[in-house]
Design a protein around this ligand. Structure first.
Ligand code: AMP
Length: 293
């Protein structure tokens, strides 16, 4: 940091090894500082950055990780074409006052002979767990590693990936990992579409089709809160998504907000969750639905 004229003098420091990460976090801890971690796969957007801002409110230091985790992509999914733009991400993180970017290589994360899988049952069943076999094992394995590598006081995850957030809450509780898991609210673009790194894949036409996702969720959520029949609303919702131009609808379901148990009516605080594909792009979204709400 003493060479102010170097082109990247003011950018966020990048660390690529577990030992350097541990050393830095140990140093902060020795000074009595509280550390937050925000795990991401990069291609950062406002959704990610709002989590970083939230993290700052709960910690003295914020570590953002960028790791496109091969283990959470299935065969035929978009691992190879997933956007990778570390320099741009680093600039965004600088603006969000991030203290450290942890960007390990695949070899650092999964060295030769790596043979362990961390698996959570229950909340990982159904929804994306059914449509993307092995996906949550990939997520829980890498997040366990990230948390044990960094040992943050708090780790923040977006409600955009609601099933993932609940899964990670279970993981941390079940394995006694000394980190608080905190949810971050969904961030949407002005038109209502939840921000996502995968939105970059959408053509202009596909993006206008994609808007049916938040629109349908809002309509059904309000109708459920007015007491209308759940099955009828969900069936009409799937029809609406197909009519808008979605090629497939993987699911549109009402589930308990804490347990993710399938609901056939609004009997408890719930989440309405959807996954659908337009062209080659699979999008997910969800909304809170509250009895009497
Ligand atoms: P990803 O890079 O897609 O793995 O996402 C990293 C983190 O950012 C996860 O905790 C996501 O849930 C969260 N996230 C992604 N998009 C959004 C969004 N639109 N609003 C809130 N959180 C988000």
């Amino acid at each position: 940091m003493n060479n102010q004229s170097a082109p990247d003098a003011s950018t966020v420091p990048v660390i690529r090894t577990v030992s350097e990460l541990r050393q830095q976090v140990r140093h902060w801890r020795a000074q009595g500082e509280r550390v937050a971690m925000v795990p991401t796969m990069g291609a950062l957007h406002h959704g990610h950055l709002s989590i970083v801002h939230l993290a700052r409110k709960h910690a003295d230091r914020v570590v953002v990780s960028i790791f496109v985790n091969p283990k959470q992509f299935g065969e035929g999914e978009d691992f190879d074409r997933y956007p990778r733009q570390e320099e741009r991400d680093r600039k965004s993180l600088e603006e969000a006052a991030t203290d450290l970017l942890y960007a390990p290589t695949v070899g650092e994360m999964y060295p030769e002979g790596f043979a362990t899988t961390v698996s959570v049952t229950g909340v990982t069943e159904g929804l994306c767990g059914d449509v993307r076999p092995g996906h949550f094992d990939g997520v829980t394995t890498v997040v366990t590693k990230l948390l044990l590598q960094c040992l943050p006081d708090v780790a923040l995850f977006g409600e955009k990936d609601y099933q993932q957030y609940l899964t990670l809450k279970h993981l941390v509780r079940d394995l006694d990992i000394p980190t608080e898991v905190m949810p971050a609210p969904i961030v949407r673009d002005m038109d209502g579409l939840a921000t996502s790194s995968r939105n970059a894949y959408l053509t202009k036409e596909e993006r206008s089709i994609a808007l049916a996702l938040p629109g349908t969720l809002r309509t059904i959520a309000r109708a459920l809160e007015r007491g209308q029949d759940c099955a009828t609303l969900l069936a009409a919702g799937i029809d609406r998504l197909r009519a808008a131009g979605f090629d497939t609808v993987d699911y549109l379901e009402l589930r308990d907000a804490e347990t993710l148990v399938l609901l056939d009516g609004l009997t408890a605080p719930a989440r309405l969750l959807v996954a659908a594909t337009v062209g080659r792009t699979r999008l997910i979204d969800n909304i809170a639905v509250t009895p009497g709400g």
